[in-house]
Structure formats: structure tokens, C-alpha cells
Design a protein around this ligand. Structure first.
Ligand SMILES: CC(=O)N[C@H]1[C@@H](OP(=O)(O)OP(=O)(O)OC[C@H]2O[C@@H](n3ccc(=O)[nH]c3=O)[C@H](O)[C@@H]2O)O[C@H](CO)[C@H](O)[C@@H]1O
Ligand SMILES: [Mn+2]
Length: 304
């Protein structure tokens, strides 16, 4: 099946990965012959630890099957990490991190942690890093076709709409600011990666920009995601993953796809966000509940 209607190359000639654009047997053989090891970083701090079982179980079925994988699980509660039976060639490394009062800080500090660990150990242990949100599950194949020295993923909510509608940070005082007529794509912070040196450069630059904003009492509108978008505007990714690699929950996805016309072009829904019960999951010190964050506060998954 070919897909003539979707863009398969960026204007700077990086591949955009869709079903039908790659031969997985050929790629598997190539990366196996290189004996490649892939590191998957995921953070499960405070109540987000409840997502790990689903995340890891589905990764075992769909993520880089047949290749060497190291899961790097960053958490404030190492004892509560579920012990999942892993396939051969795959291991889990549990790393302790501090927690922050605000979920925004937990999210943004991932950049700092990944940069530190890239420099200290990842470069010795893996060839590529894949950095993802934990409130996700794999639903279909995610393999070596994603690997490249620097890759980003198109956010499904902003696919094929004018760049003036992208939710970039617009405050010129922020290190993340992008002018109205600038920008290529809107990338999600829930799925990016590349070689260890490239991920080190990206995460270090984003962390430094976040710290500079903080010193100026500024917080970018979408936190680490705003800074990631700024970085990828000036450091073009060598591969871009289509929204197949970042969709919403099954139910939500259908609605979403129809709305954006994505249903006709997303042939395989590979990695999906789970609907969170915000009042349960983000019920923490100093974070006021907003109107969109409702729920009864007793379960991790939204009942609606
Ligand atoms: C799908 C998508 O575009 N995701 C991005 C989006 O939001 P989300 O609303 O999906 O953010 P989120 O609540 O999933 O937080 C990002 C990640 O931080 C970790 N975490 C967060 C809070 C906490 O108490 N414990 C914990 O472990 C966890 O790995 C989580 O997946 O915007 C965030 C910042 O606004 C990040 O840029 C996310 O990558
Ligand atoms: Mn998330």
C-alpha cells in the first residue's frame, strides 16, 4: 500500500515515516547486523507510577522486537516499579530521581536528567535513545524504522494545519519563542530521540533554556514541549515520525482522526496517549485544578 497523499519528505529532505514508506525486514537486518542497542527513557514520578505496567507490557509486544533494548525507568519510588518479565536481550534499569511539587517541573526536569545520564552512562550502554511520556501505550509496531541521529514526532493535534495555529511560545522574552511566520512542524515532547550525542545536545540545550526562562520568571506555554519545538526549528531532525507514532486513545482517536481527516491517512495507530483522570494524577502540592481537569480523584484513568 502506498500513500500518495501524505508528505514523505520534509523541505530539508528528511524522511517522514508512515506505513508503506519503509521495508521493515531490510531495516531489521541492517540494524541487527550493527548489533544496535536502544535505550527507552521513561519517567514515572509520584502517581504516574501507575502507568508503568501497561507501558512496559505493551512495549514488550510492540517496541523494537528482536533488538536489544534497555528500559531506563526514572522514578522517585524505585521499590514500587512493577517487575515485568522481559524478553531475551531486554533489561530494565531503575534510576532514582527527585520529585518536584509541580507536574510542570517534573515534566521539564526530564531534559536535565536525560542530559546528565546521556553524558554519564547512556553513551556507554546504548546507540540510540528514545524518550517518551509514560501515560502512553503501544498498540502496534514501533521498530528500527524510527532510528536516526535526531528524530521528532508530529503532534496529531496540529498535523496539516497552518503554522500560525501551532501553540508555540510567542513571548519574545522566552528562550522558546518562535515568531508568527516561523516554524516547520509542531512536535510532541512525548516522543523524540536519536543518537546519544544528539539527544545529549538537545536535552542540555532545552534544560539550559528552561533555566534561563526560570531566572527571568517565565514559563513557556507548553513547558519542555515549547523548548523542544524551538530546538528542532534550529536543529532540523534527520527523520520525522508521522502521527501514527503519537495518537490519542482508541475512542478519542476516532473522533480526533475524523475531525482532522487523519483517519484516512493513519493506517496504523502505533503509540497512543491514555486519557488521564487529572484530579487523581495531578493532585499535588501547589497545582490548582483547572476547568478541563475534572474527575472524581480516585482512579488513574478517566471514567468518561
Ligand atoms: C502528548 C504530549 O504532547 N505530551 C506532552 C504534554 O503533555 P501531557 O499532558 O501528556 O503531560 P504529562 O502529564 O504526561 O507529563 C509529562 C510526563 O512527565 C512525567 N510526569 C509528570 C508529572 C508527574 O507527576 N509525574 C511524572 O512522572 C511522566 O512521564 C509524564 O508522561 O505536555 C507536557 C508539558 O506540558 C510534556 O511536554 C509532554 O511530553
Ligand atoms: Mn503525557
Amino acid at each position: 500500500d502506498t500513500q500518495p497523499d501524505v508528505p514523505v519528505l520534509t523541505p530539508w529532505l528528511a524522511p517522514i515515516v508512515w506505513e508503506g514508506t519503509f521495508n521493515i525486514d531490510l531495516l531489521d537486518e541492517h540494524f541487527q547486523s550493527q548489533n544496535v542497542t536502544i535505550g527507552l527513557t521513561v519517567f514515572a514520578v509520584k502517581r504516574y507510577i501507575c502507568y508503568l505496567t501497561m507501558f512496559l507490557q505493551t512495549a514488550e509486544i510492540h517496541f523494537m522486537v528482536g533488538h536489544r533494548v534497555n528500559y531506563y525507568v526514572f522514578t522517585d519510588q524505585p521499590d514500587n516499579v512493577p517487575r515485568i518479565l522481559l524478553q531475551k536481550g531486554r533489561q530494565m534499569v531503575i534510576l532514582k530521581v527527585q520529585s518536584y511539587a509541580r507536574w510542570q517541573d517534573i515534566s521539564m526536569r526530564r531534559m536535565e536528567t536525560i542530559s546528565i545520564f546521556s553524558q554519564e552512562r547512556f553513551h556507554r550502554e546504548v546507540n540510540y535513545l528514545v524518550c517518551v511520556d509514560v501515560d502512553m501505550k503501544f498498540r502496534d509496531h514501533v521498530g528500527v524504522e524510527i532510528l536516526s541521529s535526531l528524530f521528532g514526532t508530529l503532534h496529531p493535534g496540529y498535523y496539516a494545519i497552518g503554522k500560525q495555529f501551532f501553540p508555540y511560545e510567542r513571548n519574545p522574552q522566552s528562550q522558546a519563542s518562535i515568531l508568527e511566520n516561523e516554524g516547520d512542524f509542531y512536535y510532541t515532547a512525548a516522543f523524540f530521540g536519536g543518537s546519544v550525542p544528539e539527544v545529549y545536545r538537545l536535552t542540555k540545550a532545552c534544560h539550559q533554556a528552561i533555566m534561563m526562562d526560570q531566572a527571568n520568571h517565565i514559563e513557556a506555554v507548553w513547558h519542555d514541549e515549547s523548548h523542544l519545538n524551538k530546538y528542532l526549528l534550529y536543529h532540523k531532525p534527520t527523520k520525522v515520525l508521522s502521527p501514527e507514532y503519537m495518537c490519542h486513545t482508541a475512542e478519542e482517536c476516532i473522533w480526533f482522526q475524523n475531525k482532522r481527516g487523519l483517519s484516512t491517512i493513519v493506517k496504523r495507530v502505533r503509540f497512543v496517549t491514555l486519557q488521564k483522570n487529572m484530579s487523581y494524577i495531578r493532585t499535588d502540592e501547589g497545582s490548582a485544578q483547572t476547568g478541563s481537569e475534572k474527575g472524581n480523584g480516585s482512579q488513574p484513568y478517566s471514567s468518561s
